[in-house]
Design a protein around this ligand. Structure first.
Ligand code: NAD
Length: 226
């Protein structure tokens, strides 16, 4: 039977295109769904088909990180899930801080899905005194001035920035000074951070623009045909 076991060492992350890493996350989610649906094994063609990729694309993406499965046989979902989580670094729990406990921050604190994917929000920070010194969705909210102390005490490695755009750079700077290694930025602004700190921006508006582009062009094509 196929094995999802990794057979070679991973490459330098800088040599792996971002699109490949994005697809790894999609493969992971799909594999988790397959497994929870009772499928113990799958193939690159099935995995690709579900996600709109070719089987060759799936195999090529996985080949960046080693040899998985057996040609013509497939992958054990559980083993490939474990392998992808190890590649992504989510095979352990990451301790996370939230900065900004407004509409978005509060909603994210209430999201239970983070835990199962390896992320535990252990502290939150805000500048608004009416929001601090209380527990929101099970997470203690501290005044922003306490970032340095709490990040160290709680061994926090990642920060989520959910403050207004005008405050995002200073909030991120504080997290970096406190020692976090990576920031997920929800504010619609580009952050300038030291190269040793990893940063990923999330912007639903740009995703909507992509969707809009796709829908608008489809409408145009169908108009052309009629
Ligand atoms: P909000 O006004 O409801 O909440 C912002 C919170 O940040 C408030 O509690 C405020 O007190 C706090 N804050 C302000 N300055 C701070 C600082 N320096 N340090 C710590 N906390 C500070 O806003 P929101 O609707 O929750 O949005 C938060 C951010 O997320 C905004 O930048 C918004 O544009 C962005 N956003 C992004 C997406 C996305 O798709 N990425 C979606 C919605 C909102």
């Amino acid at each position: 039977m196929a094995t999802g076991r990794r057979k070679t060492e991973p490459v330098d992350p800088r040599d792996v295109p971002k699109a490949v890493v994005n697809r790894l996350s999609l493969y992971l989610r799909e594999l988790q769904q397959l497994l929870s649906g009772g499928h113990a094994t799958t193939s690159s063609s099935r995995l690709g088909q579900q996600l709109g990729f070719t089987d060759a694309q799936v195999r090529k993406d996985l080949a960046y990180f080693g040899q998985f499965g057996q040609p013509g046989v497939g992958y054990r979902c559980e083993e490939l899930i474990a392998a992808i989580r190890a590649i992504l670094g989510t095979d352990r729990q990451w301790r996370v801080a939230m900065v900004g406990v407004g509409n978005l921050g509060r909603a994210l604190l209430g999201y239970r899905g983070f835990i199962s994917q390896g992320f535990r929000v252990v502290a939150a920070f805000d500048v608004d005194a009416t929001k601090t010194e209380r527990v929101v969705e099970g997470v203690q909210v501290y005044p922003l001035e306490e970032v340095g102390r709490v990040v160290a005490a709680e061994s926090i490695e990642l920060g989520l920035v959910a403050v207004p755009a005008s405050a995002a750079q200073s909030a991120a700077d504080r997290l970096v000074d406190a020692g976090v290694s990576g920031i997920l930025n929800f504010a619609p602004v580009t952050l300038n951070l030291p190269p040793e700190v990893s940063i990923v921006g999330v912007d639903l508006a740009t995703e909507l623009e992509q969707l809009c582009f796709s829908v608008a062009n489809r409408v145009e094509r169908s108009t052309e045909k009629s």
